[in-house]
Design a protein around this ligand. Structure first.
Ligand SMILES: [Zn+2]
Length: 155
């Protein structure tokens, strides 16, 4: 699952059986999907996915059928590196329930500016295109899960 990618049209996964790359539409992330080539089952996204640009971000936030957890981070930020493996655990546990994405605020500064991100790591949860919760600072996976659940539940 390490090769998950995101573009403005969907999440791109490689089939574990045949290696074929498949694009999962944002509107179908909560549905079971099969490989277009071999018809093997494709597991839901179970790892954080790096957001390549603002267009892809806007597309996934607007169209995802799953709540989207966004980690705003940067390569020079020590606490961000501490939180990265915790976020990987969260994404693995949350496969099919939430989509976890990462925004490198150095690579896509436009998004950090737009959301007024002043300290990193900052995590935000988006549900149906709207921000439902936000928190700053590194924390363990269990705390991140609790933050996500309270954000999703408070709507
Ligand atoms: Zn396949």
């Amino acid at each position: 699952m390490a090769d998950l990618q995101l573009d403005s049209r969907g999440v791109i996964v490689s089939c574990p059986a045949c290696g074929q790359r498949n694009r999962l539409a944002f509107g179908k992330l909560d549905a079971e999907t099969r490989c277009g080539k071999c018809q093997g089952a494709l597991a839901p996204a179970g790892a954080p996915i790096e957001v390549p640009d603002a267009a892809a971000f806007d597309a996934v936030i607007a169209a995802s059928t799953l709540p989207v957890v966004v980690d705003f981070w940067a390569p020079w930020c020590g606490p961000c590196h501490m939180v990265a493996p915790e976020l990987e655990k969260v994404a693995r546990n949350a496969a099919g329930r939430y989509l976890v994405v990462k925004v490198n605020t150095d690579a896509v500064p436009e998004l950090g500016d737009r959301f007024g991100i002043r300290s990193i790591p900052t995590m935000a949860v988006f549900v149906s295109g709207r921000e439902a919760g936000r928190t700053s600072g590194a924390r363990p996976a269990a705390d991140i899960e609790a933050f996500i659940q309270s954000s999703v539940g408070q709507r």
